[in-house]
Design a protein around this ligand. Structure first.
Ligand code: PLP
Length: 413
């Protein structure tokens, strides 16, 4: 044991970082945000930013939405947390809405995207064991991102996310996206598969949509094989593409759908929503979460969805998404360094022909918040309340920055 006087001494911390007592697990920009309103945020020095990132597809209603603020304040004054030892009527309220919008049958609540995906993985394994498959396997995808727990990073198709954390969890079979023959080959050779698990639109992997015909083909193969179709809509769901869930553009329904990010508009809420085939797979004692489904988080989810409905934010996402895509095409369409502008609604990726992470800092200096993912894809996932005028401003700030960047940075070999 150390002597007491030694224990009270201030721990030596590196003085070079602005947050020396916080583990250095993120590449952070050198400023701190202090408050926001709608799609505008201000830093502690008073500089203003237009928010085209929305806390990574999280702040559905923008910042400080008056209805969400009032609902959270009201709920905090009544009951924040109770545990799941009791009925939580707000869970039923939010689950009923998610079932109404998705056509699915039930929901389990947790606190994050990876937790929702963990629940999905547990369902896929349990349904296998229920059928006598001792080593169930799940089909996953190249460039997929499902989270950073050991199981979800094992399902993730990015070696950078996995590096240093082996041994990985077994039971995943990896295939390329949008290749039905690869799925048919798995079906023909592997009798242990119980589920296919993919993002309807890959987010971290560079905004890569699963094609509509691919999703329809997968649905059919899953039905033929008795596999669960599990669609990770953590990033692309909750209205972002102009429908409640991105797979609805293909006219299909998944069996299992993890959600999180936009569901609580910034308050941590995760959910796994399931159809009839997966409804009874998990029973009492099979799964749980201390915080999951607490009244504060549920109230944030219920209010977020209510505002989305009343203010027709799905229509806004589709309409303003089209405005933003068109404006970006106008700004950048003729650039040789542009590979593609893609996505759906307010989930847009602008792929360049070279790594462009430097643009994140330059955009912030110009008063715009964005991210770059998969090294060379500028990702725009703004709040769903963004106006057409704000979308035009996003493109008007970003266009010249990207053109300047392409003119000076060396193209990749
Ligand atoms: C962000 C994300 C996750 C992980 O969510 P966390 O809340 O960070 O755990 C999982 N899947 C997808 C598609 C995501 O975009």
């Amino acid at each position: 044991m150390n002597a007491p006087e030694k224990m009270t001494a201030a721990p030596a911390a590196p003085a070079t970082r602005p947050m020396p007592h916080v583990l250095d697990t993120y590449g952070r920009l050198p400023f701190a945000l202090s408050h926001g309103r709608g799609c505008q945020v201000w830093d502690t020095e008073g500089r203003e930013y237009l928010d085209a990132l929305g806390g990574i597809a999280v702040n559905t209603l923008g910042h400080a939405h008056p209805r969400l603020v009032a609902a959270i304040a009201d709920q905090a004054g009544k009951l924040i947390h109770t545990s799941n030892y009791y009925q939580v009527p707000l869970q039923e309220q939010l689950a009923a809405k998610l079932c109404e919008f998705s056509g699915l049958a039930g929901a389990f609540f947790c606190n994050s995207g990876l937790e929702a995906n963990e629940a999905a993985i547990k369902i896929a394994r349990k349904i296998g064991h229920d059928r006598g498959i001792e080593t169930p396997e799940i089909v996953v995808y190249e460039r997929a991102f499902h989270g950073r727990s050991i199981a979800t990073l094992s399902a993730t198709g990015n070696p950078k996310v996995q590096a240093g954390f082996g041994p990985l969890v077994p039971g995943f079979v990896r295939v390329p996206l949008n290749d039905l023959d690869a799925i048919r080959a798995v079906a023909a050779s592997n009798k242990n598969v119980t589920a296919v698990f993919l993002e309807t639109i890959q987010g971290e992997g560079g905004v890569n949509p699963a094609r509509i015909e691919y999703l329809q083909g997968l649905r059919q193969i899953c039905d033929e094989q008795g596999w669960l179709l599990m669609l990770d809509e953590v990033q692309c769901g909750i209205g972002r593409t102009g429908k409640w869930f991105a797979h609805q553009w293909a006219g299909i329904r998944p069996d299992v759908m993890p959600l999180a990010k936009g569901l609580g508009s910034g308050v941590p809420v995760g959910a796994v929503v399931v159809g009839e085939r997966a409804l009874k797979v998990l029973g009492p004692g099979n799964h749980g979460s201390t915080f999951g489904g607490n009244p504060l988080a549920m109230r944030a989810g219920v209010e977020t969805l209510a505002v989305m409905e009343e203010d027709r934010l799905l229509d806004n996402a589709a309409k303003v998404g089209a405005v933003l895509s068109a404006a970006l095409t106008r700004e950048l369409g003729k650039e040789a360094g542009l590979v593609e502008i893609r996505g759906a609604g307010l989930m847009i990726g602008v792929e360049l022909d070279r790594p462009c992470g430097a643009l994140v800092g330059r955009a912030a200096e110009a008063g715009l918040l964005i991210s770059v993912t998969a090294d060379r894809v500028i990702r725009l996932v703004p709040p769903l309340i963004i106006t057409a005028a704000e979308a035009e401003r996003v493109a008007a700030i970003l266009g010249p920055l990207v053109r300047k960047f392409l003119a000076e940075a060396p193209a990749a070999a």
